[in-house]
Structure formats: C-alpha cells, structure tokens
Design a protein around this ligand. Structure first.
Ligand code: XIL
Length: 376
C-alpha cells in the first residue's frame, strides 16, 4: 500500500488517484476515514468502513467527530484498543503530550509515547487532538524554577518544538489549557500567570507558526454555563484574543460534568453559541458524566446519565460549528474518575462515567450519544 499526503490527511492508494485534485479542505474536514478507503488495500480495513451501529459511523454520517482519550499504559487491557478503534473517529492523548511527558528535562524531548498514539490514530483513521502545550499542571518541575524572560523562552521553545514534531498530523491543539481561575482572572497557581496575559497570545502565535494547518484551541473546565465569573472571564479573554487577531480557532469545553452543580444543556448551548458568534469552532473535549452522587438505584442512575449525556451531546451536535465531542476515556474501568485520587473530586463513587462498562459492554449512555448523533 502506498500513500501520499493530501492537505493534512494521508490518502491511500488508488482511491486517492480517483479523488484527483479535489479540494484538500474537503478531504481534511471529512470526519470519516472513508475517504481513505482503498480498493487497492491488501486487506480488509475495518475502520475505513465502520460498523453501521458504531458511534463513529453515526458521527461520520453527520460529518462530526466522536472522540476518546487514550493512554498507552492501558493498551494491554481487555477491549481497550478494540473499542477505541471501532467506535471513535477522533483520539486525544490523555497524558502523553503533556509537558512532563514531552520535556521532563529542559531541552530533552521525548516523543515516543505520543508517537505511538498518533500511529494508532493513523492506523485506525482517527483524527488527533493534541493535548496540551501550555498548562500549569503535569508540568515538568524544572519549569517552575524559571521566571521572566527565561520562563517565556522555555515556554515558546516547548510550544515550537512540540508542535513542529507532530506538524501535519495533529488536527487540533489545545494550545493553552486551564489558564483561568474560578474568579475569572488568570489563575494564581500557574507559573505562566506572572508573564501576563500576553503569554497566551504568544503561545498561540508560536504554535501557528510551527504548524500552520492545525486548528488552535483554548481549553478549560467549569466554563460550560453562563454567568459564572469563570465562564464570563473566559469569554472576555477569548474575545480579546480574537479582536487582537491572535490565531485562535476554537474553544474546548472540557465538560467534566459535576451532577451536583452542573448547568442545564440549554444554558450550555447558549454559551457555546456566543463563542461561535465570535467566529470560533467549539468542541466538548473531555466529557464524562459521573453518577456516584446521583440519587436512585443503579438502573435509575444510568437512565439519568443517558438522558443528560444525550441532551448535552445534542446541544453540541445541533450547532454546525460544534464539530465534535470527546469522551475522557474508553470504559468505566480506565476512567481517571475510577482512581481514588481523582474520583473523590466527584464525591462518593462508583462514578461509572463513560458509555462502556468495565467489561466493554454498551451502557444506556451509549444509546444517548448514538441518538444525539443521529439527530434524535
Ligand atoms: C487527567 C488524566 O486523565 C489523568 O490520567 C491524569 O492523572 C491527570 O489528568 N483536565 C485535563 C486533562 O485537561 O488533561 C486531565 O486528565 C483531566 C482534567
């Protein structure tokens, strides 16, 4: 099998020749990998033509992305790779592209784990979301010893080197993650805050120069609703960046649902719309819906989860500029909320926050997402 690059998407074999010189934007925007299917392929390619009842088949039909976050250390676990490839047409690196993974020592870059995820995505015709270039958490400790111009230079070098490494293979980068605190101002516990707001614009400009075809996102949590200091602060920040001509193309709403205080899907839709009105793409980038603190029997919890997930997914998918939703993990066993360290954020577990159970079986939540993807 041979391939060449067409726009930013690899196009395989004879089918590419048939496509000829049709617009690269058309190929690039196509969520499905079906454009990459080839009659010349030596073996059947399951993922180029996903099973008709898979999430990715429904997403392909709507020209949307349905994603999952993958971690290489789960690769050996039952059902993990199989479900990922069978149901998702987009992949986010759960940890492998974070600063502490990529540049643990200053100037020494380690790309192998991230490369493995990108290779998995390419093999299974999945889009890649790069996560994340500048973030105060999971940061290499040496970065916190720097300040002023040294910190700025280290940040820009990290952004440039990392984005250049995966140039042309990452569809969307979360360039800056979680810069804003609960009060709507730059968060106090980030070393980058001392550089002033301009650090955000600089990170975006540097990422754009390094990988001009990538869509560049600002990504954050608990800014999904309207009217909180954080969501209003995020809106002001993004508006200013757009007005200043900074190359920002999208906003990612993490959507780590907290059932005890979460906004309504209608409020979420209205919030997404005001970012779309700024000319931006929006995505839900880290969705999970924990049910540990939801009242009722297990069956009732899972029904609530199905409906709420459906309504949030529909709030996104009915907007043309809401191009995708990524689940934060594959099944309940590997969710970050199944670890005591993170699970306690959502109160008492078990949280069971994902559409597949620990055995890889579809839960009612799966049907909620599938229905939203079909416009039902
Ligand atoms: C989480 C991962 O899922 C965990 O494995 C890791 O221990 C901590 O980070 N917001 C983000 C993600 O942007 O990167 C976080 O991922 C979850 C919260």
């Amino acid at each position: 099998m041979y391939f060449f690059r067409f726009g930013r998407v690899r196009v395989f074999g004879a089918f590419a020749l048939v496509l000829g010189l049709s617009s690269s934007a058309c190929v690039e925007r196509k969520p499905s990998a079906s454009a990459t299917q080839t009659a010349a392929s030596p073996q059947a390619d399951t993922y180029a033509t996903p099973a008709p009842d898979s999430l990715r088949a429904f997403a392909d039909q709507q020209k949307k992305f349905i994603g999952t976050a993958l971690a290489t250390w789960h690769f050996g676990k039952p059902n993990y790779k199989e479900i990922s490839a069978a149901h998702f047409n987009s992949l986010t690196a759960e940890n492998e592209m974070k600063w502490e993974a990529v540049e643990k020592q200053q100037g020494q870059f380690s790309f192998a784990p991230g490369d493995a995820l990108v290779a998995f995505a390419e093999q299974h015709h999945m889009r890649v979301r790069g996560h994340t270039l500048v973030w105060h958490s999971q940061l290499a400790p040496w970065v916190k010893t720097l300040s002023g111009d040294k910190l700025r230079a280290a940040m820009l070098h990290h952004v440039k080197t990392t984005a250049e490494h995966w140039k042309g293979r990452i569809a969307q980068w979360d360039v800056v993650n979680e810069a804003i605190g609960d009060d709507g101002e730059l968060r106090k516990d980030s070393p980058f805050t001392a550089l002033g707001k301009e650090y955000i614009a600089e990170a975006f400009r540097t990422a754009h120069a390094a990988d001009p075809a990538a869509q560049l996102f600002y990504n954050d949590y608990e800014a999904e609703g309207l009217g909180t200091p954080k969501s209003e602060g995020q809106y002001r920040l993004i508006q200013q960046l757009k007005q200043a001509g900074v190359p920002i193309h999208g906003v990612g709403f993490q959507m780590h649902v907290e059932p005890r205080k979460w906004p309504t899907p209608e409020e979420i839709r209205k919030n997404l719309e005001r970012f779309v009105a700024l000319g931006l793409t929006v995505e839900l980038t880290e969705l999970d819906v924990p049910v540990g603190e939801v009242p009722g029997t297990l069956a009732e919890k899972l029904e609530w989860q199905k409906k709420y997930t459906h309504d949030i997914a529909a709030a996104c998918f009915t907007l043309p500029a809401c191009t995708g939703i990524t689940l934060w993990g594959v099944n309940d066993a590997v969710s970050w909320l199944s670890t005591p360290e993170w699970g306690k954020l959502r109160g008492n577990g078990p949280h069971l926050p994902l559409p597949f159970d620990a055995d890889g079986k579809k839960k009612p939540m799966f049907d909620g997402i599938a229905a939203a993807l079909q416009g039902k």
